[in-house]
Unconditional design. Structure first.
Length: 136
C-alpha cells in the first residue's frame, strides 16, 4: 500500500469516527417523548454549560418520602438565549415544576419540555430531541 493510500484510508476512517460521535451526541432516544411526566422540587443547581444546560432538582419520592436528585437535560445556552433565557432564569433554591421526557431506563433523569415557576409562569424549554437542526 502506498503512502497516499494510507493517508486516504486514515482520512476516511477519521471522518467515519467523527460522524459517528456527532450522531451519538445528538441522539436522544434515551428519553421517552411519548410519556411526558411532571416533577416538582427545589433546584439544587442550574448548570449553564455547553453543549447542553442541566437542572439538578431535588424531588420528594411519593412512595418512599425520600428526596431524590434528578438530572434534567436542557437545550444549549445559545438556543435558550434566543428564547430569552439567561444563566439567572433558574436559581438555586427555587421551587419548580418541570414537564420532562423521562429516561427510558427509569432512572431519575430526563429532558426538559417546560418549566413552571412558583408564581405560575411557564417557560418553554423545548428538548434537544425536538430541536430544529439549524438552531443548535
Amino acid at each position: 500500500m502506498s503512502g497516499i493510500d494510507r493517508v486516504c484510508k486514515l482520512l476516511i476512517m477519521s471522518f467515519l469516527l467523527i460522524s459517528m460521535s456527532a450522531g451519538a451526541h445528538h441522539s436522544f432516544d434515551m428519553f421517552d417523548r411519548g410519556n411526558p411526566i411532571q416533577i416538582s422540587g427545589e433546584v439544587k443547581e442550574f448548570q449553564w454549560v455547553n453543549p447542553h444546560t442541566w437542572i439538578q432538582i431535588l424531588v420528594t419520592d411519593d412512595a418512599s418520602g425520600e428526596i431524590v436528585e434528578w438530572s434534567i437535560e436542557g437545550r444549549s445556552p445559545n438556543a435558550l438565549v434566543r428564547r430569552g433565557w439567561s444563566r439567572n432564569t433558574i436559581l438555586t433554591g427555587e421551587q419548580l415544576t418541570l414537564t420532562i421526557y423521562p429516561l427510558r431506563n427509569g432512572r431519575a433523569g430526563g429532558a426538559i419540555a417546560t418549566v413552571e415557576k412558583a408564581d405560575g409562569t411557564i417557560i418553554n424549554a423545548d428538548t434537544p430531541s425536538a430541536v430544529d437542526p439549524d438552531e443548535e
